[in-house]
Design a protein around this ligand. Structure first.
Ligand code: ADP
Ligand code: MG
Ligand code: ZN
Length: 621
């Protein structure tokens, strides 16, 4: 998506540019014009009586009057110049000195227009300069108020900032790589649903003949980075129509009413180029339920939203425009946006599963120098929870690592290091721990690993390390065998026990506990709470759920509204504490039984720093 931005068509030629040209021309003119209008050969200076004498002597052929200068051309071609006083005419002056009227009558006298001269031009410029300067300041100020806009003239506040990208390759001027469904990997279901939209855009008649009401709006929902923007572009690319791209937050700017007029303008321009795709990113910025009043400034948002709805309703049956909106918060959208005839198609983009991840990796490694032994299937297994954007980033990080290692091909090792870097943060170089602290970290991590290995339904341990990364002093990386859609109560319990294994090992070995377990405890508490309040796993509190989650659980939540009594709240708290306590006992029991394994793993970590899966399994056997 990034390379396209450069090719976006600029809406307006840059006004700054014109301003500079105009100023430049004026300045150059002021400097050079006087030189060019000046006389060619330097004339001989003379006094006025001298000129009169020459006239009387019949030596003068013609007289030119230019301002206060009297230029007399002699019959032999030379010229005499004299100055007269400013307030009398040349003829008066000549007569006054004593030229006879008869001679004057015979003599051709040409009066020339005079230019303003160098000082004249300069004074015009000096008068104009402050005006130009003030105009310039106003222009800059207006631009800033628009929020550092794209460079539109100030009288175009209401114009939409939509960037149009033509997907049709033949529109030569701003050619860009065409994004098609081929570039979107893994999202088969979504592509299938959008195929219909593509067909409508490319052959609308087929649908209209049968009287079918064609879709107007498609809402794409999915976690950030799952490819919503990419897919919207691909729809336009497949159909070969222009793509208008605007973000919801761009509608909401400083001046009231701007949003609505931008919407009008955007639709007008799209209609001119129909068939077309209009893509509204982050529609939740304008499309939140009206009247909820989160964060003020609702009037503007409501007007903008209303304008979008009005425009959508105003589509004629033959307006071949499809609106695609994207959001990662479909739950907060105004119901009016979602009713039939508006954004009534909903396409959900899931986090990619193992096969989809492999396909996405394939797309992004295309054309890159990948070592032949790299297994994308393997990498896909190592990256549960990664979305398309993460995988793209992974390939890029691996390429950077390979370059820094002066390799010609990107190898499996680079990919694996890149995964770790993304999951756990960059490695921290240099000695940051004392020897005593290192021992504590080694036993802490060994505790996690040994417990995880010994609980039922635990995930296999992929890697244990005491190399500090990001915020963590060490880490134990479990790796689920396959993507899980259903999790059992036992799996939850085992995960909590595994999380508490670090603290348990510290207590058991050193009889002294540290702050190293803070993050483990937080995560364990969250899991225990979810068991009680969301999944009905607690025997004491039963099946009912507690607290209404605002927001979709896997798209991120806004918080919780409490729908239970004070008394229940106490019971929930004590139940959570009970689960944590029981799990901690279990972790300690496991470690007490496996003390020798804990010891040998910790020693191995102190020696080698990182233990991978085969080494770990050999130690546990
Ligand atoms: P979203 O709009 O959902 O936040 P984007 O469409 O901007 O995500 O995706 C970001 C980048 O991630 C894309 O430019 C693309 O390179 C990559 N990506 C995401 N999903 C996919 C996919 N299914 N196939 C290939 N690349 C993908
Ligand atoms: Mg996006
Ligand atoms: Zn820990």
């Amino acid at each position: 998506m990034k390379p396209d931005d450069k090719l976006n068509k600029r809406e307006q030629p840059r006004p700054m540019f014109y301003l500079w040209i105009v100023m430049g021309v004026i300045i150059l003119g002021a400097i050079f014009v006087p030189f060019f209008t000046g006389q060619g050969t330097k004339p001989e200076a003379a006094s006025l009586p001298g000129v009169v004498d020459a006239i009387e002597a019949g030596e003068i052929e013609k007289i030119i009057v230019r301002g206060d200068e009297i230029i007399a051309t002699k019959t032999d071609g030379t010229t005499l110049t004299a100055r007269k006083e400013a307030n009398i005419s040349a003829i008066e002056a000549l007569q006054f000195i004593g030229t006879s009227p008869e001679v004057l009558r015979e003599l051709p006298i040409v009066v020339e227009e005079t230019g303003p001269g160098m000082f004249g031009y300069l004074s015009v410029l000096l008068t104009l300069a402050p005006i130009l300067f003030i105009g310039f300041l106003i222009f800059i100020a207006a631009r800033q108020m628009r929020g550092g806009g794209v460079g539109n003239f100030p009288n175009q506040f209401g114009r939409s900032n939509a960037r149009v990208m033509s997907n049709t390759a033949e529109q030569g001027v701003f050619q860009r790589p065409v994004v098609t469904f081929q570039d979107v990997a893994g999202a088969e279901q979504a592509k299938l649903e959008l195929q219909e939209v593509v067909e409508f855009l490319s052959e609308p008649d087929k649908f209209l003949k049968l009287g079918a009401r064609v879709p107007k709006g498609v809402l794409m929902a999915g976690a950030p980075g799952t490819g919503k923007t990419l897919l919207a572009k691909a729809v336009a690319g497949e159909a070969g129509v222009p793509f208008f791209n605007i973000s919801g937050s761009e509608f909401v700017e400083m001046f009231v009413g701007v949003g609505a007029s931008r919407v009008r303008d955007l639709f007008k321009r799209a209609k001119e180029q129909s068939p077309a795709v209009i893509f509204i990113d982050e529609i939740d910025a304008v499309g939140r339920q009206r009247g909820i009043g989160l964060g003020g400034g609702n009037d503007e948002r409501e007007q903008t939203l209303n304008q979008i709805l009005v425009e959508m309703d105003g589509f004629d049956t033959d307006t071949n425009i499809i609106l695609i909106a994207a959001t990662n918060r479909p739950d907060v959208l105004d119901p009016a946006l979602l009713r039939p005839g508006r954004f009534d198609r909903k396409v959900i983009l899931d986090r990619p599963d193992v096969e989809a991840r492999e396909a996405i990796l394939k797309v992004h490694t295309r054309g890159k120098p990948i070592a032949p032994h790299v297994s994308l299937a393997n990498l896909a297994k190592l990256t549960p929870g990664f979305v398309g954007a993460d995988l793209e980033n992974l390939v890029n990080e691996a390429a950077i690592l390979a370059a820094r290692r002066n390799l010609t091909l990107i190898g499996q090792q680079e990919f694996q290091d890149a995964i770790e870097r993304i999951v756990a943060g960059p490695e921290r170089k240099g000695k940051i721990l004392t020897d005593e602290e290192r021992r504590v970290v080694a036993f802490h991590e060994a505790g996690h690993a040994v417990v995880m290995h010994n609980v039922e339904e635990g995930d296999p341990v992929h890697k244990v390390s005491i190399v500090s990364r990001g915020m963590a002093l060490g880490y134990t990386m479990p790796l689920p065998e396959n993507d899980k859609y259903l999790r059992s109560k036992e799996a939850f319990e085992s995960e909590i026990v595994g999380l508490l294994g670090g603290r348990a090992a510290e207590e058991l070995v050193f009889k002294r506990i540290t702050t190293g377990a803070a993050n483990d405890l937080e995560r364990a508490t969250k899991l225990a709470r979810a068991m009680v309040t969301r999944y009905g796993f607690s025997e004491v509190l039963g099946l009912r759920t507690f607290g209404e989650e605002q927001g979709n659980p896997y798209l991120g939540s806004l918080g919780e509204t409490r729908d239970y009594s004070e008394e229940i709240a106490e019971r929930i708290d004590s139940e959570i504490q009970g689960i944590l306590h029981k799990s901690y006992q279990k972790a300690k029991d496991i470690l007490a039984k496996q003390h020798d394994k804990l010891e040998s793993l910790a020693e191995a970590l102190l020696e080698r720093e990182t233990i991978d899966r085969p080494q770990f399994e050999a130690l546990m056997a």
